[in-house]
Design a protein around this ligand. Structure first.
Ligand code: HEC
Length: 400
């Protein structure tokens, strides 16, 4: 019996990561909406009790009447919900998944010897340093003078992330670089909850219980971090999903595509934040969609794929078959010979010519339009080979 434990563990972790991520972001979006949608209370008694806003909602066959207290209710309820485990579990499952795929599989997934000749341990250390360094830099900026100005802070933090994308891309595989930018943002968000938001809220509750008035700086600091997390949610999701699309992570200018897409995600988020407050301005999503389209066209314009009019490097079927055998079949086979694999990844195999033809579009996407395959360019596939492969696929498609 042969059980592929790595894949089963990977699936379990990914499932956990997605589920806890939905819970975290779902509750976060819900509270942002709730907070922005509150109306002043109608009831005199509520006003006297310190209620700042209230809201009625209907869901699941019943009515909900929510109230938000300005500081705290006169008596602490026995049962107070905190909403923090979602964040912690999203981070822990994400980190384990990162370790499983990119650190245990570092030689394939993280190291690209054509960029930098790292051994797996060095690459792992560099990845962990980038994540920790990201949090330290972010936290330092938040506490500095800059942290007081949301717009200026946002611009500086955004530029720092773009710089991180650029530099990580000089040392890691394209995907490895992408996922680390996502890991930096995700870690900052989870650390904001763990190190700042929840401890500060606990201190506020403790001083209220002791009959003292809480230090207003605690609340302000938590609010600043909450606002940052709000704007980082969509970009982080974009990276996690973009990491499965080679036209994003595998492009020569992938760090610029990431920067542009980050801006798209910001614009969409900003639109909804304003909309909850009753300000509907379609300029933001309009600009977001326009930017998305611009990125789409610009990225195609700058593709590494074959140029037209180079008929002279037309390759024969035999030559292509040999190229695929040398560069792909050690992994993409019914019986892979690559040490790290027991079964063909995603069930994609190139043992027969029919299979190569069947997957022609995907091969183009992974090995011609982008250099996502062979992973980490382990076999040293050359630009000329990719060009030949591209022209062969183009001819094949034209015949169909
Ligand atoms: C070292 C092993 C390895 C080599 C060599 C390799 N691949 Fe892959 N390939 C993978 C893995 C692992 C995946 C799964 C990646 C994922 O889904 O995250 C994959 C996925 C794919 C996919 C599927 C994408 C999808 O949408 O399901 C295609 C197509 C592909 N590779 C093409 C190629 C081509 C073409 C070559 C040779 C030029 C090649 N691969 C060489 C390991 C390899």
């Amino acid at each position: 019996m042969d059980i592929d434990f790595t894949s089963w563990l990977g699936m379990a972790l990914r499932l956990l990561h997605v589920i806890t991520g939905i819970c975290w972001i779902g509750s976060s979006f819900y509270f942002i909406w709730l907070d922005n949608s509150l109306k002043s209370p109608n009831d005199e008694k509520d006003v006297k009790d310190g209620v700042k806003g209230e809201l009625w909602a209907v869901h699941g066959g019943g009515f909900y009447h929510k109230k938000k207290y300005q500081v705290a209710p006169a008596h602490m309820p026995e049962d107070l919900h905190w909403f923090k485990w979602e964040a912690y579990f999203t981070w822990v499952s994400g980190f384990l998944l990162l370790a499983l795929i990119y650190y245990f599989g570092a030689s394939q997934m993280l190291v690209d010897t054509s960029k930098m000749d790292l051994d797996p341990a060095e690459a792992t250390l560099l990845g962990l340093t980038a994540i920790a360094g990201g949090w330290l830099a972010y936290d330092f900026l938040c506490q500095s003078e800059l942290g007081r100005d949301n717009v200026k802070f946002g611009i500086v933090w955004y530029l720092l992330l773009v710089a991180a994308a650029y530099f990580l891309n000089q040392v890691f595989t394209d995907r490895g670089a992408f996922i680390h930018v996502g890991a930096i943002i995700g870690t900052v968000m989870a650390a904001n909850v763990f190190i700042i938001i929840i401890p500060n809220q606990k201190k506020v509750v403790a001083s209220l219980l002791a009959g003292e008035s809480p230090d207003p700086r605690l609340g302000l600091k938590a609010k600043q971090r909450s606002l940052h997390n709000n704007y980082m949610t969509l970009p982080v999701l974009l990276i996690m999903i973009g990491n499965h699309y080679p036209m994003m992570f595998g492009h020569e200018y992938n760090w610029l595509i990431l920067a542009g897409m980050g801006a798209v995600a910001f614009l969409i988020r900003h639109f909804f934040n304003l909309k909850h407050k009753g300000i509907v301005n379609y300029i933001y999503p309009g600009a977001g969609v326009a930017l998305f389209l611009v990125i789409m066209f610009l990225s195609a314009y700058h593709q590494t794929g074959p140029k037209a009019g180079k008929g002279e490097i037309q390759a024969s079927d035999v030559e292509i078959r040999q190229m695929i055998t040398e560069n792909c079949v050690m992994c993409h086979s019914d019986t892979p010979t690559h040490a790290s694999l027991d079964v063909a990844p995603n069930g994609v195999m190139f043992d027969k010519m029919d299979e190569i033809k069947k997957y022609a579009d995907k091969i183009h996407q992974q090995a011609v339009a982008t250099e996502a395959m062979p992973i980490g360019n382990e076999t040293g596939m050359t630009a000329e080979q990719r060009e030949k492969l591209g022209i062969w696929i183009k001819t094949l498609k034209a015949k169909e």
